[in-house]
Ligand binder design. Structure first.
Ligand SMILES: [Zn+2]
Length: 673
């Protein structure tokens, strides 16, 4: 969040030739597989700091004098059918495991937050009585962003209710919607905010103000989520009132001046208005959404040009999610291209090994110069950016059903989302620092409420939303997370039992209400070291499986059918694209981190956006490699499934999965000599 005050797959056409019994027809097909340059370099060093991705987008031709987004943008409704779609979150439940623990810590945090304290600034702004103790941090009564977290809270509560069925979470949020409606009514004109309209006067006059539309977007998105996940009709009424106010405020503004206003961070205003247009069938909301098209940002992207250097990262990712949504409801290829190229470029050229992007909240360098960028600040990987990139990834995946999107998704989920919540108290991180000798820092109970705490409460309320997808007929299993799916339309229940990633094996137990013929597509991750192995009801089937694709099993499923799927992991290194000697080590999807110091105090951890290495410097010695073969000098730690010992160094170093690293100083990227 930009603070203006204190700135801070090659076609793996594997053939799964199974000795099919007469009753079990097994087949595989690869949906939408296209050739991508390069192949996974298993067991070797890989100089791509990102993950393997779908093929580079093709450039469309536009005459130089006609930018793709010209003077006038016309909205015409035309829905684009996705290849696959997610299940309603209420149909998927997490079962015990690290993701469940993260969800439950977040749920407890949501429950502890007091509704009247959250509402305080809204009531004061509307001239309604409030005796609640104000919150602190970015929800303090004098903070220009006040109210933003309340929007995130509504979204998180709606998502958490959908994920868990917790009616207490829902009821508190319903109460808040009703109280916020009173504030909106008192303010008049549809406007609803915890700060006065004077902020928008300053925005209009291009005077200093933090980010009014950013905050309004969070509240609108919160209302939309309350309507969609909790069937709250009043939330839709409030949202339509807010959208009408946005229409009223933006309509008279000449295009060049509006483009200037868009220089101030506005979150996903375009996205929420497109979502409202899709929900209500009213094209007017999409036309209002189009006013939030920042053309100087979108034009180069639609022309496949990376002009991202110097831009504030989390200001722009939500705009691209809006572009993705615009494509889905209009079929306008320009918006498709913006989202498609942006995702590809950020993931392949501007993403660290953890799946995160940004340094000091910006893209500071030209593409593929991440080693240079890492030296410029320790404030890497703003958590909001990972949250929003995952959201964007879901859109692109649903357009294509290309499993390689989930190589990125999984990498980011395990290394940049899991681990950024303290499961003791539900508090979350801001920057995920990956400079040598960094450590994790966390927000507080009631006096931080940073942007990333806001996206954090949403993230850990929706961990069930990307495990399973479907195409109406067939099932896609993308993540290996213990969970239960109840596919109501199909009458099929699926229980996934796994200790992944501690174990490389997962078990799917099928429970259709009656025998059902369908394909189950199992994702074979790019990191898979050797052939996946497959057993159905205890019988082994030979698999010639390739990473980055789906293993498809087509058969008639009966109650109690068991699919055992084993995905062998291996140890490998990834180098910075511009610095071959700067390397990180991974095992399967897991980035490994090693402890390099334990001098931390509570003051260094709590309430800080990132580690203060300037006042607490510590140098990390280079690693002496004993050979090209990692296994000759990085060896499994006996008794620990996911721990490794780096041998031949002056000080003993143990590598563990980054998401498991305790409160110590760590290193992820090492200088290897
Ligand atoms: Zn943030």
């Amino acid at each position: 969040m930009k603070n203006s005050r204190a700135l801070t797959r090659r076609r793996f056409a594997f053939t799964f030739t199974a000795a099919t019994a007469a009753t079990s027809a097994l087949a595989q097909q690869l949906p939408n597989q296209t050739a991508a340059p390069g192949s996974p370099q298993q067991g070797s060093q890989n100089t791509n700091a990102g993950t393997q991705t779908p093929a580079a987008p093709r450039r469309r031709f536009f005459p130089e004098e006609q930018p793709p987004f010209g003077e006038t943008i016309v909205f015409t409704r035309k829905l684009v059918s996705p290849k696959v779609q997610a299940f309603p979150m209420s149909d998927v439940r997490l079962t015990p495991g690290p993701f469940y623990d993260a969800q439950e810590a977040n749920r407890a945090f949501l429950k502890r937050l007091d509704a009247d304290r959250l509402l305080h600034n809204f009531r004061v702004n509307a001239g309604l009585p409030s005796s609640a103790q104000p919150l602190g941090g970015w929800e303090a009564p004098d903070c220009e962003l006040r109210g933003h977290f309340v929007g995130h809270f509504l979204s998180a509560s709606a998502l958490m209710y959908s994920s868990t069925g917790d009616t207490a979470v829902r009821d508190k949020a319903n109460y808040m919607v009703a109280e916020l409606a009173k504030c909106q009514s008192k303010l008049g004109g549809g406007y609803l905010s915890a700060f006065p309209l004077e902020f928008f006067d300053r925005l209009y006059k291009r005077e200093k103000v933090w980010a009014p539309f950013y905050t309004i977007h969070k509240i609108m998105a919160g209302m939309l989520d309350m309507h969609q996940h909790c069937s709250n009709q009043q939330a839709l009424t409030v949202l339509e009132g807010m959208a009408d106010w946005v229409d009223h405020w933006t309509a008279p503004i000449p295009e060049p001046h509006m483009q200037s206003i868009l220089d101030t961070e506005y979150g996903g205003m375009n996205e929420v208005l497109y979502n409202l247009a899709a929900l209500t069938g009213d094209d007017r909301y999409a036309q209002v959404g189009d006013r939030f098209t920042k053309k100087k940002f979108f034009n180069p992207l639609a022309l496949r040009r990376d002009e991202l250097r110097g831009l504030h990262v989390n200001t722009h990712i939500p705009q691209v999610i809006g572009a993705a949504r615009r494509y889905e409801i209009s079929g306008d290829e320009r918006f498709h291209d913006v989202a498609d190229f942006f995702w590809y470029e950020v993931v392949t050229a501007r993403t660290y090994v953890t799946g995160g992007t940004s340094n000091a909240e910006l893209w500071l360098v030209e593409p593929r110069r991440l080693g240079a960028e890492l030296k410029l600040s320790s404030n890497t990987n703003e958590c909001c950016c990972a949250y929003n990139m995952l959201k964007l990834t879901r859109h692109l995946y649903q357009w294509t059903a290309d499993p390689r999107y989930f190589d990125y998704y999984e990498r980011t989920l395990y290394n940049h989302r899991l681990g950024t919540i303290n499961t003791q108290n539900g508090h979350t991180q801001y920057y995920l620092s990956i400079v040598p000798a960094a450590w994790r820092t966390f927000g507080t109970e009631d006096h931080t409420f940073w942007c990333c705490n806001g996206t954090g409460v949403e993230e850990f309320s929706k961990l069930n939303n990307s495990i399973y997808f479907h195409d109406g007929e067939n099932l896609y299993v993308n993540l290996f997370i213990p969970s239960e799916l109840n596919w109501k339309e199909k009458g099929v229940r699926v229980r996934q039992e796994t200790k992944f990633p501690e174990s490389s094996r997962t078990l799917l137990v099928m429970s259709p209400s009656a025998p059902v013929r369908m394909a189950v597509h199992l994702r074979v991750p790019r990191w898979c070291a050797a052939s996946a192995s497959l057993r159905i009801n205890g019988e082994s089937f030979p698999v010639s499986a390739g990473p980055g694709s789906y293993l498809t099993i087509l058969r008639t499923w009966k109650h109690g059918d068991r699919i055992e799927f084993d995905l062998p992991m291996h140890l490998y290194a990834e180098s910075m694209p511009d610095e071959p000697a700067t390397q990180a080590f991974l095992y399967g999807p897991l980035v490994l981190a090693g402890k390099v110091g334990d001098d931390l105090t509570e003051q260094m951890i709590i309430g800080r956006m990132g580690p203060d290495l300037r006042h607490h410097p510590l140098s990390v010695s280079p690693l002496r490699a004993a050979g090209q073969d990692l296994s000759s000098w990085i060896k499994p730690e006996s008794g620990h499934a996911l721990a490794f010992r780096i041998t031949g160094q002056t000080d003993a170093i143990t590598l563990v999965p980054y998401y498991q690293i305790p409160e110590v100083r760590y290193s992820i990227y090492w200088t290897v000599t």
